[in-house]
Design a protein around this ligand. Structure first.
Ligand SMILES: [Mg+2]
Length: 450
């Protein structure tokens, strides 16, 4: 079914548009939203079949509805955070606002045109020919590849994201307060909301891209990273990431900004790893694919082989933990480390993970951190072996895993985010204390906020 998405609040126009879309013939369906917030919340799931989007600007509240209906410009800014899906028509008579919307789409690479509502029968005489012209000239994009079991994969993915985001927020609150790590176990944390940091923000972008495309579409991921950063920059992003995202916002290509980081060496920071556990959950049934997609997700910002290796190792750990879900824990540490070592390319990261695999669960955490690092250098080799060790040895206890990871100081929010994202793949949402689920900051996925 070819779908036409529309923002339009006027009942008479609605009737005209429905009649006009009938003239397009069978195989077309029209979806109209009368307000911006609802359209933004619901439209993405139709993108794979969308052939045209047509937007009004000025919106009046619907009878009996008190919520602010928003404007077409809000929808334009929202859509500009995505890769172009199809041509867009702006059919608003508010000229200034229509040009602002036009600019949003143009700068984001979307094909866009305007139709002024002029005369009696403008929908049929002006708008409909424009639809035919624009749809006829556009090549349908083969961007979307959601597998048949996409919904099941997304459930796992969102659970991992939730475990990651809560851990990130707690890690940030208790950064360098290892004496307070016991509070986690005693459930003596201050009341929420517990705010997430860059780790969760970037993980959200990965989950958004997987949700929409079913794989890591790198251009879309770069755009989501930049879009989220531009709207909410104070999330504790690392300095190099801030530089890269600002350049992308200013029009630079992610391939160049990522490759150019650190004078052309590429970043070996822990930023690729910190955001990747939900990706491991999504592709959990196929570890080779996990490694491939993890690499794609890293490359958008972290091209140094160590940055990539840390990302792959973390994603494999999450996927392997997902595979163990529901099974009794027997030799799980060996199995998990074996999987990670099998798929992680030769690197300092991999050598650290080998050392971690030889470090028994009973070793005190200070000694573990001394041997493996604790993220205080914010690099992948200094972070990933330690975080994976913490997760592997506390796979059935989310709370204890976080307490242990945070008690070693270092890059606490990132260590915790990685550990939380992995452990939740095994434990599920049930592993997270119910009151923690309530204290966390809201996540932009309606599935999690029901
Ligand atoms: Mg952070």
């Amino acid at each position: 079914m070819k779908t036409l998405l529309m923002l339009e609040d006027n009942a008479e126009r609605n009737i005209m548009f429905h009649a006009a879309v009938q003239e397009l013939g069978d195989g077309w369906q029209l979806r109209i939203w009368p307000d911006a917030p609802t359209m933004m919340a619901e439209c993405e799931e139709f993108f794979a079949d969308t052939h045209l989007i047509s937007l009004d600007h000025d919106l009046n509240p619907q009878p009996g509805v008190t919520a602010n209906p928003g404007t077409g410009l809000e929808v334009a800014k929202f859509l500009a955070g995505h890769l172009p899906v199809c041509p867009v028509i702006i059919h608003s008579s508010n000229s200034d606002a229509a040009w602002s919307m036009h600019n949003e789409f143009r700068f984001a690479g979307w094909k866009v045109d305007r139709v002024g509502p002029i005369g009696e029968d403008w929908v049929r005489k002006l708008w409909l020919p424009k639809v035919l012209e624009m749809v006829g000239a556009s090549q349908p994009t083969a961007l979307f590849r959601k597998p048949n079991d996409h919904m099941v994969r997304m459930q796992r993915t969102l659970v991992s994201l939730e475990g990651l985001a809560i851990a990130d927020a707690i890690g940030e609150m208790l950064s360098y307060r290892h004496a307070d790590a016991q509070r986690i176990i005693a459930n003596g944390l201050v009341a929420g909301p517990w705010f997430r940091t860059d780790d969760s923000e970037m993980a959200i972008s990965i989950v958004e891209v997987l949700k929409m495309y079913g794989y890591i579409q790198q251009d879309a991921l770069a755009r989501r990273f930049a879009w989220r950063f531009e709207r909410d920059p104070e999330r504790g992003y690392g300095k190099m990431t801030r530089i890269q995202l600002r350049e992308i916002i200013a029009g630079a290509k992610w391939r160049e900004t990522a490759a150019g980081a650190f004078s052309g060496l590429g970043s070996m920071g822990n930023g690729g790893a910190m955001r990747v556990p939900p990706l491991g959950a999504y592709f959990a049934d196929n570890l080779s694919l996990v490694a491939e997609e993890a690499r794609l997700s890293a490359e958008v910002t972290h091209t140094h082989p160590e940055g990539v290796a840390g990302t792959i190792a973390t994603a494999i750990a999450a996927a392997a933990a997902s595979q163990l879900r529901g099974k009794p824990l027997e030799n799980h540490a060996t199995n998990l480390f074996d999987a990670v070592l099998q798929f992680t390319p030769e690197s300092k990261v991999r050598r650290g993970i080998f050392l971690a695999s030889q470090t028994p669960a009973a070793v005190p955490i200070e000694a573990v951190a001394k041997a493996l690092g604790n993220g205080s250098l914010v690099t992948a080799p200094d972070t990933v072996p330690f975080a994976i060790w913490c997760a592997v040895h506390h796979l059935d206890d989310y709370v204890k895993a976080l307490a242990i990871a945070i008690s070693a100081d270092g890059d606490c929010d990132t260590n915790a985010a990685i550990v939380g994202g992995i452990v939740t793949c095994f434990k599920g949402r049930e592993g997270i204390p119910p009151d923690w689920l309530v204290q966390r900051e809201r996540l932009p996925f309606p599935e999690l906020e029901k």
